[in-house]
Design a protein around this ligand. Sequence first.
Ligand SMILES: Cc1cc2nc3c(=O)[nH]c(=O)nc-3n(C[C@H](O)[C@H](O)[C@H](O)COP(=O)(O)OP(=O)(O)OC[C@H]3O[C@@H](n4cnc5c(N)ncnc54)[C@H](O)[C@@H]3O)c2cc1C
Length: 393
Amino acid sequence: MQFETIILGAGAAGMMCATRTGGRTVVLDHAKAPGEKIRISGGGRCNFTNMYAGPENFLSENPHFCKSALSRYTQWDFIDLVSRHGIAYHEKTLGQLFCDNSAKDIISMLRSEMQKAGAELRLETSIQKVSHDGAHFVVETEQHGKLQTLKSQNLVLATGGKSIPKMGATGLSYDIARNFGLNILPTRAGLVPFTFPDERFKPLAGTALPVHATANGTRFEEAMLFTHRGLSGPSILQISSYWNEGQAIQINMLPDADPFTALRDKRKTEGRRNTATVLRQLLPGRLADFLADEWALTGNLADQSDKALQQLADRLTHWELTPSGTEGYRTAEVTLGGIDTNALSSKTMEAKSVPGLYAIGEAVDVTGWLGGFNFQWAWSSGWAAGTAISQKS
Ligand SMILES: Cc1cc2nc3c(=O)[nH]c(=O)nc-3n(C[C@H](O)[C@H](O)[C@H](O)COP(=O)(O)OP(=O)(O)OC[C@H]3O[C@@H](n4cnc5c(N)ncnc54)[C@H](O)[C@@H]3O)c2cc1C
């Protein structure tokens, strides 16, 4: 079986690539359906891009690598595609665009574009072995017990990262890239909740508040959510990508207030109230009680010196915590690290040392923030590789 292009992975990046490479392309995936992560993303409505997407929203050993692809196929190009397919969408917050109806609309759109281009999709197909015979890439597959050997001039690695193994995520692209001599940077879970020992936040599970959260000097201003196992919510998921094992994080629980002035003013008017009770006016009740306990706050507000109030205000704005870890790939939205961008052309995503071999999407060491950026990278990198391949022939 001879193809011009074999794409491994019918996810966001692989499908976008196939819409460009078109005829004589086959897309292989071991899943029952294409784009499963698209389907479950954004609570079923897919945060498919971000109006403000730019290179500054991505993490990579080489922060310049993503610039070319992002500027050649932008969020506006994808929005245009979505609009041409009549898919209604809305901005939720911070430039994040979601489908009005269902994430399945995005999958249908990509499938129909692939079909229009003449690309073939083979599902429930496992990849047994990948090699090069000197003239072609050779991919040995198994589908419903049937073994097949496929050959192609181009091979695109688009099987994503390791996050959510239950959904079929594997490190296949890393293994193949490594076998072809490409460098793989260490991978770790990103956009993932933090865990803490002893289920210490269990009594607070479900409590959410707006915070400024900081890890490793990088700050995000969004909501934080307490869970049975630790901390989550957008601000926490964002900083998790910047956090390294063993480091402390800092939380400002009153980002829009001046707690020292607020507490000093309350001392004048509500001095006979218990300090813990006054804290309840500034924070969600369960959190105020938890902190009063944790920090052993006693006495009435009138008994607190300016110094004590300043100390309390500092604790509220610089709460320092050291997570014991993260929930890992089990729940992570993305995988950091992966195929070293130094091995790839930023314009075409082709491996510099292996002509015809391409890597796109999450498998590459480019990871976006929360908010539609990871899909934008999948669209942009998939488009770059697909366009380069289509211009070859
Ligand atoms: C719960 C969740 C919600 C998310 N929400 C958003 C969001 O709203 N916005 C956003 O921008 N990003 C979101 N993301 C991240 C986004 O889904 C990914 O970054 C994006 O899907 C990566 O695209 P990809 O094509 O590189 O990989 P994927 O979309 O993961 O596709 C990889 C494909 O390869 C296949 N595959 C893997 N291993 C093998 C193998 N060994 N053999 C054959 N096939 C294989 C898989 O079945 C899959 O179809 C979310 C992620 C998760 C987990």
